[in-house]
Design a binder for this molecule. Structure first.
Ligand code: ZN
Length: 240
């Protein structure tokens, strides 16, 4: 079973389509939340994820989009984009977002947006947080997003190792507990503007990270036309 794992699409349909195209034939699409927010095409992204039968979890932006008080924690630009998103999305999109659970388990893998300990808000960025997350997780493996940074934590006995996988990098999962972040499809923040995701080969137990360039200028134009904050468009050029 070949699974495309996506996170933090953030209403960026051009990036999502580039990633789905790059992934080719897959048996499943799993997403880790923050489907909407920041970008210009929330309904388009939700329609596409529905089409491909994606399953996943709710991020803090998704919770805010359906009226959650998560919006109170946003910086002014994220908040402006969220107010635009709230006014723009269809009732069907709102229902789709509202149906997302905060966490879900697929076999021996837990899916969350933030961390297994705090699925909505915690940023899983360090070995101590990873250790607490492994302890809070009932499954052997976990997939998370939220930081917009491709990352892997492995636990071998008591030892935690951390890495920042680059394009094409593979990780064998067989004997380890793992917490893997595919990076962000729609707003990468590691200095590389290309969309990030990973492929999970559930039979061979291998994860492979990928980066996919997409038409950033087209998205920036759509953001300008929508009246979204210019800085949110500009950052897509730099992957920050
Ligand atoms: Zn996000």
């Amino acid at each position: 079973m070949r699974i495309a794992v996506l996170s933090d699409v953030h209403s960026n349909l051009v990036a999502l389509d580039a990633v789905l195209d790059h992934a080719g034939r897959v048996d499943a699409v799993w997403h880790l939340g923050d489907i909407v927010g920041y970008g210009p095409d929330p309904d388009g992204v939700i329609d596409r994820l529905t089409e491909v039968g994606a399953i996943g979890v709710r991020g803090n932006h998704d919770a805010a989009a359906i009226g959650g008080d998560e919006i109170e924690h946003f910086n002014p630009e994220a908040r402006a984009a969220m107010e635009w998103t709230r006014e723009t999305i269809s009732d069907a999109s709102r229902r789709w977002l509202a149906a997302l659970p905060a966490r879900r388990a697929e076999g021996d893998t837990t899916l969350v947006h933030g961390s297994p300990r705090d699925p909505t808000w915690e940023y899983l960025t360090s070995a101590p947080i990873a250790r607490a997350s492994f302890a809070a997780m009932a499954t052997g493996n976990g997939l998370y997003g939220h930081t917009h940074l491709p990352m892997a934590f492995t636990m071998d006995g008591d030892r935690i190792a951390q890495s920042r996988p680059r394009d094409g990098e593979r990780l064998a999962l067989a004997t380890l507990r793992t917490l893997l972040n595919p990076g962000s499809v729609g707003q990468p923040r590691d200095g590389d503007p290309a969309a990030g995701y990973l492929i999970l080969d559930a039979e061979r137990l291998v994860a492979t990270w990928h980066r996919v360039p997409y038409d950033v200028a087209a998205v920036q134009l759509a953001m300008r036309d929508a009246g979204l904050p210019p800085r949110l468009a500009a950052r897509l050029s730099y992957g920050v």
